[in-house]
Design a protein around this ligand. Sequence first.
Ligand code: FNR
Length: 358
Amino acid sequence: MSALFEPYTLREVTIPNRVWMPPMCQYSAAPEGPLAGVPQDWHFAHYAARAAGGTGLIVVEASAVSPEGRISPYDLGIWNDTQVEAFRRITRFLSAQGTVPAIQLAHAGRKAATDQPWKGGAPLGPDAYGWRSLAPSPVAFDDRHPEPDELTVGQIQEVVGQFAAAARRALDAGFEIAEIHGAHGYLINEFLSPHSNHRTDAYGGSYENRTRFALEVVDAVREVWPDDKPLFFRISATDWLEDGGWTPDDTVRFAGELHAHGVDLLDVSTGGNASGVRIPTGPGYQVPFAARVKAETRMPVAAVGLITEAEQAAKIVANGEADAVLLGRELLRNPSWARHAARQLGGAVRVPEQYHRS
Ligand code: FNR
């Protein structure tokens, strides 16, 4: 049987296979009012379909730990109990299908308050549900984005507390795994990288200072996240900058520290923190970053980015480059990708009873 269809256990949670869905924002919640950040019918149908299709683990999209931590006013949030109640419907269904429900906890930092991507994704002013964004330093992401407000040390501590509160709510909502969003140029990534972090206090400057906020978030989340449940961290392994950015060497070093602080698996992506960089994309182009972390630290990793073919995915796992693969856009195109891959490779995924005649 292909390694893709072997179960995988982290702490006390067993994931039925290695075909996983990465977090993908749907930008489909209400922008304000009592339903702000609350999962809707769309979210339920979207996640339910990928669970029925045999996906082993679904990481629910970036869910903001505070209203101002949303990438867009239409993002999901996990800062109140109405949101928890709506997430419960999703986790219940996923668990009933044998799919492990995970959620990505996020703060968008200086890339917050933008429009839905299909409307152009431009930063929004207060007249269009926008707000002033927060960041380690008052440095805009690009010419389009406004300058963010620099977080005070008190505000940094507040955000750490928001991540912990969000983790508590995620547990209450029935999630088995929490993932901290440390990638793609959002708040945690902004602290890590010298490209976006120009602080001169305890949270900026040296590698130790730039990684302080991320580790404080990890510690605060791990404290409320039960010992029997895994914690993931998504990282951008490189800013893709020649100079002055976060590097693959930094990632390897940091992976070891994250592991020691109770992170069980590194979800290895790249980029998003520096505008205008050239990224050599192609099939599996981010896999080598994940493979290097695994080889040099022995920390479990998941690989993501242009993994679309069954043979390609199976090889990544069989070669030990990653413990699992995450398929994003391919799962948007084909919710039953895991089932098709199992047929092609000679494996099996759980099929809902209702579909046995298929
Ligand atoms: C994303 N991606 C993403 N990443 C993340 O960490 N949190 C998120 O909420 C989102 N949202 C999101 C929305 C949409 C519509 C897309 C297409 C992507 C990135 C995603 O998780 C994945 O890393 C990339 O899509 C690359 O993988 P694929 O699509 O090449 O398999």
